[in-house]
Design a protein around this ligand. Sequence first.
Ligand SMILES: N[C@@H](CCC(=O)N[C@@H](CS)C(=O)NCC(=O)O)C(=O)O
Length: 185
Amino acid sequence: MKLYGSYTSPFVRHCRILLLESGLPCEFIVTDGVASSAKSPTKKVPFLEDGELFLTDSCSIIKYLREKNMQAFCFTAIEYDRFCLVNTLLEASVNLFMLEKDGILPAQSAYLQRHVARIQSGLATLDDMRWPSAGPYNDAELRLLCFLDWALFRKRFTFDEYTNLTAFLAGARAYQPFTQTIPHG
Ligand SMILES: N[C@@H](CCC(=O)N[C@@H](CS)C(=O)NCC(=O)O)C(=O)O
């Protein structure tokens, strides 16, 4: 297998955590925007090659890795809904980050203000939920951890007021696959 990605992407990090947990052999190929534009129809990372198989999204990659390791991707509808909720906030946050690099700010767009609002209401909702104090984690939990740590890494927002989320992330600092994939670069 070959996983294409970066050391900063939260989507790639989720895949890397599953690879560390499973021990499945996989080459990691650092891929920039030029290479992802050439190699993937989404022009995004991650993407994965396994022989004839080509997967273009972290969600399908995670499902594939879980199944290869005889595990389920999102066992229940509730876990899947949490995964989707976190993913919606993560996609919105990455979108705002990318647009900001191009000089486009939420103040210039009602739709981007809606992104900001959905991130705030989503975080408040997630903070009202119960999260485990230690790993291993399911995919909704891993996605949330990757999202929160990416937000700190990119200085997108702080969430000190969200005590459950803060405690959840603090607990994950003791989980090796999480600490071994800390964003850098
Ligand atoms: N839905 C995709 C999102 C991946 C994504 O947004 N990756 C970012 C890096 S964090 C990217 O490659 N962005 C480049 C672009 O949007 O052109 C997934 O889950 O894999």
